[in-house]
Ligand binder design. Structure first.
Ligand SMILES: [Zn+2]
Length: 123
């Protein structure tokens, strides 16, 4: 049922037909769909460097999500998620909590991009 709904490019207002042509990026504090050509024309370049509106669903987004997952899972490998924590572990948690929060903010937009746009389009 969701696959029937069209997704329209924010830049040119034309429907996006496939995942290969879809680029999602932060635009005015929201995740917006673009045609690849429209993204390249309007957001890529100097504005991307200044505003950090890198593609969420392209290779850059996937690499960011993968690296975030690795950084989040590293404390698991070192056994830092034990309970009750020692004072050193509490200090590590106090330092790493905000960092983990930022990394979750990297993973969540990728997940939302897939839920809202990518899964509704054919490959
Ligand atoms: Zn477009």
């Amino acid at each position: 049922m969701l696959k029937q709904q069209a997704i329209f490019c924010i830049e040119c207002r034309a429907p996006i037909r496939s995942r290969r042509d879809l680029v999602t990026a932060w635009h005015w504090l929201a995740i917006r769909p673009f045609h690849k050509a429209c993204y390249d024309r309007s957001l890529k370049g100097l504005q991307t460097i200044v505003v950090h509106n890198y593609p969420i669903n392209r290779i850059v987004g996937n690499v960011r999500v993968l690296s975030s997952c690795l950084i989040i899972c590293c404390p698991l490998g070192f056994g830092l998620y034990r309970f009750p924590p020692s004072p050193i572990e509490e200090l590590i948690w106090a330092i790493s909590g905000p960092v983990l929060f930022v990394f979750v903010l990297v993973i969540l937009p990728r997940l939302l991009s897939w839920l809202w746009y990518e899964r509704r389009l054919p490959t």
